[in-house]
Write a protein that binds this ligand. Structure first.
Ligand SMILES: [Zn+2]
Length: 340
């Protein structure tokens, strides 16, 4: 699936405003695209670059002319791409976790030279939050008074890491989670349909990138089925069952984060089903007691489990033994499951 600029209209007024300015040739010179992971920040930035450089003369970007293709690949001679770990300055080190001032200085130097193709110069500054404070400060003047026909597009999922002086000089564009129907369409175009698509969309929380990632991540779905069958056990589960389970998982500490995320998503889905009548508990393949739970449990029952998951997360962060945390969590779930 190749997203186009028009599909970004769904994002609302802010983005639509930007798109019409772009179409009318009066785009502001500095933009800051923010949003959660997978909301299309980089895609939008590259599409804007294509639109500025496209040579089709018609609806821009056409997506098929040489300028569009090169811009999309970040290979256009008039597009300068800055990102963490890919030094722009000739003598830059590759293993840096920050974007150093040298890269910004080099970018400013490039912007001061003539464009090669003459239409416009576009700077795509990905991972903008990785700029050092010195790098950010060195960017201020260019953001304020960029050379003619130069467009600087900052992209970050963490705008809080930027200096307010940088933020205030850019036009802000916040990308939101995409509507489920839209993400479903994207998956359908990839040949993923039906229940398989619906599950992935539910799990992706409006992130197209995450939905696509999940579509190809069979390992995750195996783990999800496994975790759900371990925690949502049939009534009558005893202590010895729990100890056996925790024992079989003790070497899998690396998967602790995934495990807790899966439990949260499952509880979320059950709560949805219980209180908004959305979806059906049967689909989750739950044993009878947990089906009854998801049909009849009160808010306090849900809260008890959700709190247990977040306590487990905190304990793991403070390095409490994984197996101990897991056992405690399994006991809480067993206690709840045996009530229904
Ligand atoms: Zn084009």
């Amino acid at each position: 699936m190749k997203p186009d600029l028009a599909s970004f209209h769904i994002q609302g007024k802010e983005v639509s405003g930007l798109l019409s300015q772009l179409a009318e040739g009066r785009l502001v010179h500095a933009s800051l695209i923010t949003g959660e992971k997978g909301t299309g920040k980089r895609t939008l930035a590259k599409l804007i670059a294509s639109a500025l450089l496209c040579s089709s003369g018609g609806d821009r970007p056409c997506g098929i002319c040489r300028d569009c293709i090169l811009a999309e690949q970040g290979e256009h001679p008039d597009v300068t791409v800055i990102r963490q770990g890919v030094p722009l300055a000739p003598d830059g080190k590759k293993d840096r976790t920050t974007i150093p001032v040298d890269d910004i200085r080099e970018m400013i130097r490039i912007c001061g030279s003539h464009t090669l193709e003459g239409k416009a110069r576009v700077v795509l500054l990905f991972d903008a939050e990785r700029m050092t404070a010195q790098a950010q400060n060195s960017l201020l003047k260019t953001l304020e008074e960029p050379p003619e026909n130069t467009y600087i597009i900052l992209v970050t999922g963490h705008p809080e890491a930027l200096l307010t002086t940088v933020i205030s000089r850019c036009r802000p564009i916040r990308l939101k989670a995409w509507p489920d129907e839209y993400v479903l369409n994207v998956l359908a175009e990839e040949g993923i349909r039906g229940k398989r698509a619906e599950e992935r969309v539910e799990e992706a929380h409006g992130s197209i990138g995450r939905a696509l990632e999940l579509a190809s991540d069979e390992e995750y779905w195996k783990t999800r089925a496994e975790v759900n069958s371990l925690f949502f056990r049939p009534a009558g589960t005893g202590r010895s069952d729990i100890l056996r389970v925790s024992n079989s998982w003790k070497e899998r500490k690396a998967e602790a984060g995934t495990l807790l995320n899966i439990l949260e998503t499952s509880l979320d889905r059950m709560a949805h089903c219980r209180y908004r009548g959305k979806g059906s508990s049967e689909e989750a393949g739950l044993p009878d007691n947990w089906k009854r739970f998801s049909e009849k449990a009160g808010p306090e029952d849900f809260t008890g489990l959700i709190n247990a998951v977040s306590d487990a997360r905190k304990q793991l962060e403070s390095n409490v033994n994984f197996q101990a945390v897991l056992e405690q969590l399994l006991f809480v779930f067993m206690g709840e499951g045996n009530k229904w």
